[in-house]
Design a binder for this molecule. Structure first.
Ligand code: ADP
Ligand code: TRP
Length: 324
């Protein structure tokens, strides 16, 4: 039986990139069997967060998002990373067998430094903590977007280094990419909280209309025939429309001429599709917001199951390296 694990940082509202790149897969995978662990990476968020009240709110928001989207808690464990402090100990054990170069090569760390962020030690250690998360549950597969691929490879390297030093202790994980590993933002760059180009998955009404309005287009007239591959809006529409409907819109845009849809039409269709896609989860989210006790109960149950598993792995690693 395979084990699947993934985490999401509570650093902002979950956006379409998080949903189609990660969350949607996390909801679907448990339906096909296997063991599943999904968690809210609040330790990781501390590398950038400085507002305790906001962090608590964000953690709850991610938990509610999973529950509202229908994560089946019979077949998946949903928990808060910090409810399993064993991962901090594992981070240390892994860091003692791993060369500095492994983390110095991490692209996401280097990107942040290049952007002028003064990095704290936690930010540098970020992939080591992520490796501990992955290895603590003997994960075989890590379903994430393409931006996290290198981090999973680092986890694999750290597991290999520990096993080489002390004998078989950790399972080597593999990345599992979704069908939508890189959803674009409204500006055509990768959608990301840190780029300010996101659409919150539960956005609705006027704010949604306004946001969709900002999706990058050009000044070509509707009549002008266009390659749909060069129209950013189609990268959004393909997430929501049936293949048949998508093909029809593409054909009309490719053909151009009288009656061809303009960007305004495409945006209108996207708004309708988005509203419809998340209508059920949006309603469920409202109910959960009004019932914080239920969300806490779910996280507490998840923490107990996750911690038991991580503690066993941590004991194994302690014994292997001679801590007892
Ligand atoms: P962000 O880049 O907005 O801070 P996170 O780092 O919290 O997002 O990512 C949480 C999960 O969502 C990860 O599995 C990540 O790979 C995935 N993800 C984030 N942005 C995108 C995107 N634009 N397309 C596909 N997947 C994404
Ligand atoms: N670094 C991941 C992100 O920003 C979050 C994360 C932390 C994670 N630990 C993990 C993802 C373990 C997968 C597995 O998206």
């Amino acid at each position: 039986m395979s084990t699947y694990l993934s985490g999401i940082q509570p650093t902002g509202l979950p956006h379409l990139g998080n949903y189609f790149g990660a969350i949607a897969q996390h909801i679907e995978l448990p339906k096909r069997g296997g063991e599943h662990f999904y968690f809210i990476a609040d330790y990781h968020a501390l590398t950038t967060s400085r507002d305790p009240a906001e962090l608590r709110l964000r953690v709850r928001e991610i938990a509610i998002t999973y529950l509202a989207c229908g994560l089946d808690l019979e077949h998946a464990v949903l928990f808060r990373q910090s409810d399993v402090p064993e991962v901090c100990e594992l981070t240390w054990l892994l860091s003692t067998v791993s060369g500095m170069g492994l983390l110095e090569r991490a692209v996401s760390f280097r990107d942040k430094v290049e952007k002028g962020i003064a990095p704290n030690i936690g930010l540098f250690m970020y992939p080591a903590l992520m490796a501990a998360d992955i290895l603590a549950y003997d994960s075989n597969f890590v379903p994430v977007g393409v931006d996290q691929k290198q981090h999973v490879e680092i986890a694999r390297d750290m597991a290999g280094a520990f096993n080489a030093a002390y004998g078989q202790t950790f399972v080597l994980p593999d990345v599992l990419m979704s069908d939508n590993p890189k959803v674009p933002g409204v500006d055509g760059e990768k959608m990301s909280k840190s780029y300010g180009n996101t659409i919150w998955m539960f956005e609705t009404g006027k704010p949604l209309k306004k946001l969709v309005g900002t999706i990058l287009t050009d000044s070509r007239a509707p009549e002008e025939p266009k390659d749909p591959g060069g129209v950013l809006l189609f990268q959004f529409l393909r997430l929501f429309l049936s293949p048949t409907e998508l093909a029809e819109w593409e054909q009309r845009v490719r053909r151009g001429g009288d009656g061809a849809p303009g960007y305004g039409h495409l945006k209108q269709r996207l708004i309708e599709a988005l509203e419809a896609h998340f209508e059920g989860p949006r309603r469920r989210r409202e109910e959960l917001l009004a019932d914080p006790g239920e969300v806490e109960r779910c996280l507490k149950r998840g923490a107990e199951r996750a911690r038991a598993r991580a503690a066993a792995t941590c004991d194994r690693a302690r014994a292997a390296c001679g801590l007892r």
